[in-house]
Design a protein. Structure first.
Length: 478
């Protein structure tokens, strides 16, 4: 195969067709039906290994990678990451149970998030997970959990670093160009300094509490490395301020959260300003270097030794996004002749509600016609979904001549799309298929009619057809 036939390490073009590892995407669509989420095992493992190696090379102390299960909670994928020896960032009891059930060592689990329940904190403490405290109230929960379980509670504190040095640099999430500093401030996560300083002093005097570290998730606001350096210095300054205020307390772990972009990085690209400014996305290695060096240089100034401090990183999108391809089938093409310019709608059997970052993160997905990869683009058309909304998935896409039965693939959809999918229009959520070399298997089945209405009381009358039918608004297949 020529290098031109390769989109990346797991995606290639063979005889004009898109392949995920050794599997023909069009065959996957036929065999499993569409819409369909497809994940490459090889790419998932490669991302995890590259991230681990990059951060280990950029930090003098130990490094732990804790991929965020929120980005994709298909259990088979989590088991792969567990086999890679990785920990897990969790939010809430269900994600914690998923991580524990997939064999993640409790010591490598971070229980994050605001508004934790006492049941969640108690389970985490009983298992020996790290609880990332988001409010003084959670310190009391951790102390009570320690009383009840007879185990000390391992806790870290989530902080709200002062990002004002970023000036007015806009967030890639904001169509209006709101500054990162303002967007981050409006985000509730983290304990305000005025509450944190007295809370930490209490924690350090409580034998039931083992206060091990500091956490911040600075989020994927920008791909600019200089801005990441600024944000990491701000985090380091916060850590140093706490250490000084708490009589030279030394954290043994610093968790920098996630937010590292995936290679082709679709985030915000539906926003003209963001698309125009987006150059080549820096590599994982460049991000790791900037994060590691800026943080280390800052904490050293406060007498904290990076060699004695574990760096934790919680990548979500960086692990999963480009391992995922979403497949859909063209149902119909609508072509206006007037008014001018005439519009063309390519109607697909998927929906924006299965690719929700069209809206949440303003993504413009890279879309390909999987069975016409080498055909010349002759058409400007909106790729639209099947729901009753506008459901414009990609406006004005450049496409070859397409017709019913063609398979459209959306790249970089392995993070957040499946977990954010909804049942709007009573559509069942699509299956996920895991590709491993030439093998492909369903690792999460599509929802059936029975699943979609399964919580209703009284239930729908049962009919065999209904129970087993995949609950799609449209049932055409390629
Ligand atoms: C605490 C925390 N860690 C990690 C992540 C993962 O972020 P990303 O997928 O941008 O890497 C998130 C995302 O919301 C988060 O809230």
């Amino acid at each position: 195969m020529t290098s031109a036939g390769r989109l990346d390490e797991s995606l290639s073009v063979r005889d004009g067709r898109l392949f995920v590892e050794q599997c023909d995407a069009v065959e996957l669509a036929r065999r499993f039906g569409t819409p369909l989420y497809v994940i490459s095992e090889d790419q998932l493992r490669r991302n995890a290994r590259r991230l681990s190696a990059a951060f280990s090379a950029s930090w003098a102390g130990p490094v732990q990678l804790l991929p965020s299960i929120k980005a994709n909670n298909v259990l088979a994928l989590r088991r792969i990451l567990t086999a890679e020896g990785l920990g897990c960032d969790t939010f809430g009891l269900a994600e914690l149970e998923a991580a524990l059930g997939c064999g993640v060592p409790p010591a490598l689990i971070s229980v994050n998030g605001a508004g934790k329940s006492s049941a969640l904190v108690e389970r985490a403490v009983a298992e020996g997970c790290a609880v990332t405290l988001d409010a003084p109230r959670e310190l009391e929960l951790a102390a009570s959990a320690a009383d009840r379980t007879g185990r000390p509670a391992r806790v870290r504190v989530r902080v709200r670093p002062d990002l004002s040095e970023l000036g007015k640099l806009p967030s890639d999430f904001s169509p209006e160009g709101a500054a990162i500093v303002d967007v981050a401030r409006r985000y509730k996560a983290g304990i305000p300094m005025n509450e944190l300083l007295p809370m930490g002093a209490r924690a350090l005097n409580d034998a039931r509490i083992d206060l091990t570290g500091v956490h911040a998730h600075l989020a994927r606001h920008t791909t600019r490395l200089d801005a990441w350096a600024t944000m990491m210095r701000a985090f380091g300054d916060t850590v140093g301020t706490l250490s000084a205020a708490w009589d030279g307390w030394q954290p043994t772990e610093l968790d920098v959260g996630g937010g590292i972009p995936t290679g082709r990085d679709p985030t915000g690209t539906a926003i003209e300003r963001v698309a125009a400014a987006r150059g080549e996305t820096p590599t994982f290695e460049q991000f790791a270097e900037v994060i590691g060096s800026s943080l280390a240089e800052t904490i050293v100034r406060y007498g904290i030794d990076p060699r004695a401090t574990t760096l934790q990183v919680e990548p979500g999108r960086a692990c999963y996004a480009d391992a995922g391809t979403h497949l859909s089938t063209v149902l119909n093409v609508k072509q206006e002749t007037d008014p001018s310019p005439p519009l063309v709608f390519v109607e697909l059997d998927t929906s924006e509600v299965f690719l929700l970052d069209v809206h949440l993160e303003h993504n413009r997905w890279q879309a390909h016609v999987a069975n016409k990869m080498e055909a010349v683009a002759t058409l400007k058309a909106d790729l639209v979904g099947t729901s009753c909304g506008f459901d414009t998935i990609v406006p004005e896409a450049s496409l070859p001549d397409v017709g019913p039965g063609d398979v459209v693939a959306f790249l970089d959809t392995g993070a957040y799309q499946e977990v954010c999918a909804s049942n709007f229009n009573a559509m069942g959520r699509p299956a996920t298929v895991l590709v491993s070399g030439a093998d492909a298997q369903v690792v999460r089945r599509a929802e059936t009619f029975a699943d979609v209405f399964g919580r209703d009381l009284p239930p729908l009358p049962k009919t065999a057809d209904r129970e087993e039918t995949q609950c799609k608004a449209v049932t055409n297949r390629a």
